[in-house]
Design a protein around this ligand. Structure first.
Ligand SMILES: [Zn+2]
Length: 259
């Protein structure tokens, strides 16, 4: 499966079992890090560009799915990440489960274009050559099955964010998480300040004082009165909230000004 699917899936595991952000992030990293053994492809690309020769993924095929996609890799990743955690044993266990969730996802959905282009899990690598597991019904890497799994994981993660106010964006930083979570939680819901009038003549503000003042100024445009100073925001909110009596008491009504 794609690294994004691994990230969201392992974050859900961490979010369901860890209380602290750092521990959740470490479990998420554990679910993504096995694919770091595929970074040899960058070396292959750099060699190809430097020498001008055809691109041949020698390092990619030599290390990918072998160094970090087995039992020894799972232990190394989870133990290394647990050193940075607040609850070491819990993160060690969570990271170990996250790596195996990654291995399971690769086992069911990493086939190449050809029907026999299977990605096997060599669980003993790089220390032992056996056991090696391959599923003949393996889904294609970019097949619809993997798309369905990704959409389901994303829906679950967004639902979790909606309810609990934390998101998988926390692996990129607290600010990114806060902005993303706020957007998800407010999506489709009225804003908290939606009922507060923002303008003196905002819809729903039916103060007689404001109505009379607007009428007065409109008349002034036709030469039937004198224009009044514009309504300030504070005055408008006072009038909306307390009605004409309080506005009159402030000495700002047209009646008081015309005296
Ligand atoms: Zn993988």
């Amino acid at each position: 499966m794609s690294p994004i699917a691994h990230l969201i899936g392992s974050w859900l595991l961490g979010a369901a079992t860890m209380n602290q952000r750092r521990d959740r992030c470490l479990v998420t990293f554990a679910g993504v890090l096995p694919d770091a053994d595929g970074l040899g492809i960058l070396v292959d690309a750099a060699q190809s560009m430097a020498t001008g020769q055809d691109f041949i993924p020698v390092n990619y095929e030599r290390f990918h799915h072998l160094w970090l996609h087995g039992g020894p890799g799972a232990l190394a990743i989870s133990a290394a990440l647990a050193c940075f955690s607040a609850h070491r044993f819990r993160v060690l266990l969570g990271g170990w489960v996250a790596v195996h969730l990654h291995l399971f996802c690769d086992w069911i959905g990493s086939r190449g274009p050809a029907i026999d282009d299977l990605w096997a899990i060599a669980y003993g690598e790089p220390l032992f050559r056996h056991p090696v597991w391959a599923w003949t019904g393996q889904w294609q890497l970019n097949g619809w099955e993997n798309s369905c799994v990704f959409i389901s994981l994303l829906a679950l993660a967004l639902g979790f964010t909606r309810v609990h106010g934390i998101s998988f964006m926390e692996v990129f930083g607290s600010r990114a998480d806060a902005a993303f979570s706020r957007a998800i939680q407010h999506w489709g819901r009225p804003r908290p300040d939606a009922e507060t009038p923002k303008h003196p003549f905002a819809r729903g503000c039916s103060s007689p004082e404001l109505h009379r003042r607007r009428k007065w100024n409109t008349g002034a445009l036709h030469g039937t009165g004198h224009p009044l100073p514009p309504v300030s925001r504070t005055e408008a909110l006072m009038s909306c909230r307390f009605g004409v009596d309080r506005a009159d008491a402030s000495g700002l009504s047209p009646t008081r000004r015309s005296e």
